[in-house]
Design a protein around this ligand. Structure first.
Ligand SMILES: Cc1cc2nc3c(=O)[nH]c(=O)nc-3n(C[C@H](O)[C@H](O)[C@H](O)COP(=O)(O)OP(=O)(O)OC[C@H]3O[C@@H](n4cnc5c(N)ncnc54)[C@H](O)[C@@H]3O)c2cc1C
Length: 510
């Protein structure tokens, strides 16, 4: 990367544009001298922000860029994250093969504790109201002579974050500044005579303040390109005034780490694992159990706020009974169990929980279906939690000298497990846009340079986020009316046409 000379730092912007176009861009206010100028400043050290940094450091074209990361959490905790092999974090993402390939390409996958990840090759999806189902199974499309194709690989977010930090550390610390436990307290356009004279009036200048135990002093830093990877409430997005549309689903995603009964070993393909998702329209959304190593699994149950609160208040035994019931019982039975009184505290360990006895009794009167997951036998202590589910989409991902990636740009319903995959897709696209600009001597923060990124990603993300939104709405219509009939017909048609299923699986993985 060529050194930043004052002439490069002074792109021509006419005075009226300067005041009209840039003066509105401000998030907070805190004037002080600019202490440093970076090519790229990334706000947010979640998986998307760290992946961007790792990608820039991995490419020969961009590895010499002067980059900074600002993250409000303590990254040392993420670096030293450790759990024993029988325990798993409750925030787990299903990474598609494209996401895994990208992480391999930037050298991050080899830093991951792969023994804690779990690929799966098949997925059973069915409608709890009508019983219609689709089985997605890559073994249908895999010959015995090639490796089993995966639908996705389950990976704890903490494992991924630690791997990305380790990959960044392996790239050395030249031209790299990490502001951990530091928050962006304001972003504004710089002045025209800052830092030895460069005109920064069209450049974002960030005031970074230490938080918690950090001993570093506050700084004011300028970015040729500012990347917002700072999540749903993105301060970077607020600074740019980029509009966002969206709504809250009034649903929560209940997550937990589960233990499963022994699986019946598969004869062919050996070692293949399956994910299960059952739509429960009368309860507000689908329940999914996705495999983790050693007969563990992760739960994502999208349901109403009241149901989520109820589930979180249950004893471990009752919680496990509810999860097993949600895959096995009919809707009226399940609704009954969701309203059962919680047992009094006088229950001893020897007494069977009322939810467990209710499930045992009701199962005797419920016909079984072939696609059931193994019985859940336990829930890891302290792993039950819930997150509000929301939809957000920024009207564009770019503004002069600013780009948004990941949840800062879009937040979608988790029913297809695509949120982080879209974020990694953004990062792959933005890093290749920056690489292209560097290779062609272009200004990496120029809006014309960044157009390439937003053109590549916006429509793709809108399509996937929109599809998840429609599926959520379609699968929230309870009962056996015309919508349920239409859903059922759609499922059956897709299930019987292998080439349509193959097409859907390939698209879900791209
Ligand atoms: C229940 C549930 C299940 C999910 N399952 C899946 C799945 O299976 N597959 C999948 O692909 N996705 C899944 N997702 C979505 C996925 O978790 C998110 O899309 C992903 O974590 C977003 O990553 P990110 O880096 O963009 O944002 P975040 O993880 O939100 O990171 C943003 C970072 O910015 C930092 N930050 C914010 N403000 C500031 C500031 N002012 N100064 C400094 N730092 C700041 C924050 O501390 C944070 O570290 C799921 C989501 C939910 C709710």
């Amino acid at each position: 990367m060529r050194p930043i000379s004052p002439s490069v730092l002074r792109p021509y912007v006419c005075p009226s544009c300067r005041t009209a176009r840039f003066s509105k861009r401000r998030f907070g206010s805190k004037p002080a001298p600019v202490t440093d100028i970076y090519d790229v400043i990334c706000v947010g050290g979640g998986p998307a922000g760290l992946a961007l940094l790792a990608a820039l450091r991995a490419s020969p074209a961009t590895s010499k860029l002067k980059v900074a990361l600002v993250e409000s959490q303590n990254l040392d905790k993420s670096r030293s994250w450790k759990l024993d092999p029988q325990h798993f974090s409750n925030r787990v993402s299903s990474l598609t093969p494209s996401s895994v390939s990208f992480l391999q390409k930037i050298g991050a996958w080899e830093h991951l504790d792969v023994a804690r990840t779990q690929p799966y090759q098949a997925m059973e999806v069915w409608d709890g109201e009508t019983g219609s189902k689709i089985s997605f199974d890559w073994s249908m499309e895999t010959s015995p002579f090639e490796d089993l194709r995966t639908v996705a690989t389950m990976t704890e977010n903490t494992n991924l974050v630690r791997a990305l930090l380790s990959r960044i550390a392996a790239s050395g610390d030249e031209n790299l500044s990490i502001f951990s436990e530091s928050t962006v307290s304001s972003i504004e356009n710089g002045g025209s005579g800052e830092a030895d004279g460069p005109d920064l009036s069209a450049w974002p200048v960030l005031s970074v303040a230490p938080t918690g135990n950090s001993t570093s002093s506050p700084s004011r830093i300028a970015a040729r390109l500012l990347v917002g990877a700072d999540g749903i409430n993105s301060p970077v997005r607020r600074y740019t005034d980029i509009a966002t549309e969206g709504w809250d689903y009034q649903r929560h995603g209940v997550v937990a780490t589960l233990s499963l009964a022994d699986q019946v070993p598969t004869i062919f393909p050996v070692g293949s694992r399956t994910a299960y998702q059952r739509f429960l329209p009368s309860l507000g959304g689908p329940i999914a159990v996705l495999p983790l190593p050693n007969n563990h699994a992760t739960l994502v149950w999208s349901t109403t706020v009241e149901n989520a609160a109820y589930l979180k208040s249950l004893s471990p035994g009752a919680f496990v009974a509810m999860v097993n019931a949600a895959f096995r019982l009919g809707m009226p039975d399940l609704q009954y169990m969701m309203r059962m009184e919680r047992p009094s505290t006088s229950i001893t360990d020897l007494d069977e929980d009322p939810h467990e006895s209710e499930l045992t009794w009701r199962l005797q009167h419920t016909p079984s279906v072939p696609q059931l997951p193994p019985m859940v036998t336990g829930v890891q202590e302290g792993s039950v939690a819930s997150f509000p589910l929301r939809f957000r989409h920024a009207s564009t991902y770019i503004s002069p000298r600013v780009a948004l990636v990941g949840d800062a740009a879009h937040v979608i319903h988790p029913l297809a497990g695509q949120g982080l995959n879209l974020g990694l897709g953004d990062v792959a696209s933005l890093s290749s846009t920056i690489e292209y600009a560097v290779n062609h001597g272009m200004d990496i923060g120029d809006i014309l340079t960044l157009e390439r990124y937003t053109a590549d990603r916006w429509a793709t993300n809108a399509k996937i986020g929109g599809t998840c939104d429609v599926l959520h709405k379609l699968y929230n219509v309870p009962g056996q009316g015309p919508v349920a009939w239409g859903r059922s017909l759609g499922f059956e048609i897709i299930d019987r046409l292998p080439f349509v299923k193959g097409f859907l699986m390939r698209n879900a993985n791209s």
